[in-house]
Each structure stands twice: as C-alpha cells, then as structure tokens.
Write a protein that binds this ligand. Structure first.
Ligand SMILES: Nc1ncnc2c1ncn2[C@@H]1O[C@H](COP(=O)(O)OP(=O)(O)OP(=O)(O)O)[C@@H](O)[C@H]1O
Length: 413
C-alpha cells in the first residue's frame, strides 16, 4: 500500500530535477516535500506566480495534493510593456506648431490665419486638402495653439481601423463585452482625449453606422461603451480631415448631412503645392536641413535651375512627393557634393512618374494571371513610392487598407 512518503521517495529524482516549483502536501495540509525550484522561487521576491493544484489519488485513495507553480513574471512584464506601447501608439505627441508649417505663400498665410483664429475657440474644425498637403501636422499645430495644448492630442485614422473594431476603439468597452475583452474593460479614444483634441483623419471613410454613432456623441457630448448602458460625459475638441469630396458624398447619400454640418463648423482648406510654387524653396531648405544628417550629405545650396524645375512640376503627392524626390536625389548624390543640381532631381522625378509597363516579359495566357501581374506591379510600385507605408499606398491605389493587406498576402508581396 502506498503512503505519500513512499511515493515521493520513488519519484524524488524526477521531482528534484524539475524546473517548475513543486510543493506536495498531505491531506492535513502539511508540507511534506518541496523541490529546489520551489526554494529558489521562495527566495525571489516580487515574482508573479500562477499555482496549479491537483489531488494525488492512488487506488481511489487520496494521499494529498501536489501544487505546481508557474513563474509568469516575464509574461506579466511583457503584458505591462505591451500596455505601455499600446498607450504610446494611441497617443501622438502633438509636436508641431505653426512655425513648423513651412511656407509663406499668400494662400498658405491666409489658411494659417484662419487656423490660428480657430485654434483659440473650441469649435469643430474640418481640414480639407489633397493627400500630402500636411493636414495632420496642421491639426497638430492647431492643438498646440489652443487652450488644450497641455492635454492630449489623439489621432485616429478612420480608414485603417476595421469596421468591427471602430466602435470599441472610439468609445471603449465594458467588462466582458465580448470574447477577448479585457477584464476591466477599456477606455475608448474619446475618453483618452478627454479635455484634449481628437483628430479624426480620413473622416470621409467612416461607415454609415459609425456616422450615426459619431453624430450622437457630438450632439450629446457623452459616450456609451460597447456592452454598457451607461453614458460617460466627454469634453473633446474634434478636428477632422479628409481629401474626399464630402459635399458630393452628402448629395449621393454616402455621408450624413447632419454630421457634415457638425464637423464642418470651421472649414480649412490646405492648398495643393502646385498652387503655391513659392513655398517649394523654403520647403526644400527645411527638408535639406533634416535630410543632410539623415543621409550623411553636405548639400548647402540648391541650384536656381533646380528650384525652377521643381516649381513647374504638378506634385500630385504634394509635400510628401517633394520629400520623396529630394530623398532619391540625395541618395544618388556623391557624398562631398554641396550643390544640388537640376540633373539629380530630373532623374529622380522622372523615376517617380514613369511607371513600369503594365505587363512585362511574356504575356500570360490566362487573363487571371495577367490581372495578378498588373495588380502586383501597381501595388509594389505604390509601396515603393511610400517606402512600405501601407496606409499611404492604399490611399494612392484608392482601395481600402483591408483590401491591400489581403492582396499583398494573396500575391506574395
Ligand atoms: N508645410 C509643411 N511644412 C513642413 N512639412 C510639411 C508641410 N506640409 C507637409 N509636410 C510634410 O509632408 C508629409 C505629409 O504630411 P501629412 O501627413 O500631414 O499630410 P496629409 O495631408 O495628412 O496626408 P494624407 O491625406 O495622405 O494623410 C509629412 O512628412 C509632413 O511633415
């Protein structure tokens, strides 16, 4: 007949060598065995431990119980780090001011003046402008010029958050709202931005369902977490931005008119770069200042012919495209060169606008293969233009971000 002691003696070499901490207790809760790992765990303070206890039953007779302790300190530490990172990702330090918004063209000066006036109020602002005109840094600058500058500036890219997550991202969720929800529930971005500014980028991309919910929050100034019936008051200044034709979308029933008016209290239009060629030179100097260090170059002067050449371009991608052209020019520039000549820019801007032939090499027989080739080339070229930034690539390709992820996976990009 087994006794607990004889059983332990039989398996002692196995228990002693285990890396898990183990404790065996008799039926009277008296500790009769602990292994080395248990002693080490006891000496270490502040560990996060999960205990797993099972009864020791032999021939229907209970001899005691064995507890295995799992040290989850690393998991707990990783979780804390993840939470911190998540917090950081959800916040953007609003680091830009109007001084950082380069350009003194009359068109830009006019826009800055309106924005500086608007910053002093709490009115909702809608920033319009083509892609790459600086809507995001302009929103930053408005927040920093406002009374809320010491509070948070939180950015939400409405186009990149999947529809299913949008509501809980914006308004939070309560305890046990859905499988995988955090135990304590979670604040939404509206609550995070309380007393600060919430920047809703790509607002033209939100679904009809979210439009209704957003309108409600703007009207009532309170949010309701997913899975809760209670409301929480929020004091948030909304700045939204889009390059979509919202007015046409309203006419076509794609964007709610009431929401449009709520968002568009102060409209601000950022003019495209081609309408303010005089801003190109100061922008180049501002960018050179950063890029010389970044690419270990020594450029001090931009040749007048180079500036003149750039001023004549159409800049479909606006300042972002100008950044790309300058980056490519600097990369191919010899290290010691101090003057940026036109020839370097000509090569690079042509490289940007000359797209590869749609189907290269042997033309596939199957139409589906040919379509895949074209898709692969268009997507690869958009990703290359935006240095791998999928958001911007999807924007250029005029497809939802989700579709881009799906296609990249399917096409092996
Ligand atoms: N006036 C400016 N001064 C300095 N940098 C600028 C200016 N305008 C734009 N930029 C730079 O151009 C790039 C694009 O700006 P930003 O992301 O703010 O544009 P956007 O209009 O929000 O674009 P999208 O609609 O594609 O999101 C950024 O790197 C930004 O720093």
């Amino acid at each position: 007949m087994h006794t607990l002691k004889s059983l332990i003696d039989q398996i002692r070499p196995v228990l002693d060598g285990m890396s898990f901490a183990i404790k065996i207790e008799s039926n009277h809760q008296k500790t009769v065995y602990t292994n080395n790992a248990f002693e080490i765990m006891q000496r270490r303070s502040g560990s996060d431990v999960v205990a797993d206890t099972s009864n020791i039953i032999i021939n229907d007779q209970s001899l005691g119980c064995i507890t295995v302790f799992h040290d989850v300190s690393d998991v707990a530490r990783l979780k804390r780090e993840l939470d911190k990172l998540d917090q950081k990702l959800r916040k953007i330090q609003a680091k830009y001011t109007f001084k950082d918004f380069v350009g003194n063209s009359p068109a830009l000066q006019h826009t800055k003046k309106i924005a500086q006036g608007a910053a002093k109020t709490t009115a909702t602002i809608l920033i319009r402008g083509e892609s790459g005109t600086g809507k995001e840094i302009f929103a930053n600058a408005i927040h920093n010029a406002s009374m809320r500058r010491h509070e948070k500036f939180i950015k939400v890219n409405c186009a990149s958050i999947p529809e299913a997550l949008m509501e809980s991202e914006l308004f939070g969720y309560s305890e046990g709202a859905f499988t995988g929800a955090l135990k304590r529930g979670r604040k939404g971005l509206f609550q995070e931005a309380h007393r600060g500014t919430l920047f809703l980028d790509e607002i033209g991309d939100i679904s009809a369902n979210m439009q209704v919910k957003l309108l409600r929050v703007l009207q009532e100034k309170e949010v309701m977490r997913v899975g809760s019936a209670e409301t929480e008051p929020v004091d948030v200044r909304i700045i939204s931005a889009t390059n979509k034709p919202l007015e046409t979308m309203v006419e076509n029933g794609l964007f709610r008119e009431d929401l449009y008016y709520r968002l568009n209290v102060i409209p601000i239009h950022l003019p495209p770069l081609r309408e303010r060629p005089e801003d190109i030179e100061p922008l180049l100097l501002y960018l050179l200042n950063q890029y010389n260090d970044l690419y270990a170059k020594k450029v001090k002067i931009i040749a007048p012919a180079a500036i003149e050449y750039l001023q004549k371009q159409s800049w479909r991608g606006n300042v972002r495209e100008l950044e790309n052209v300058l980056t490519r020019a600097l990369i191919r520039l010899p290290e010691e060169t101090t003057i940026l000549e036109k020839r370097y820019l000509v090569q690079t801007s042509q490289a940007l606008v000359t797209y590869p032939s749609i189907v290269t090499g042997t033309v596939p027989t199957k139409l589906s293969d040919a379509i895949e080739n074209v898709e692969r080339q268009c997507i690869s070229s958009a990703l290359a233009r935006h240095r791998g930034d999928k958001n911007r690539a999807a924007h250029d390709l005029d497809i939802p971000l989700r579709t881009l992820y799906y296609k990249c996976k399917k096409l092996g990009i």
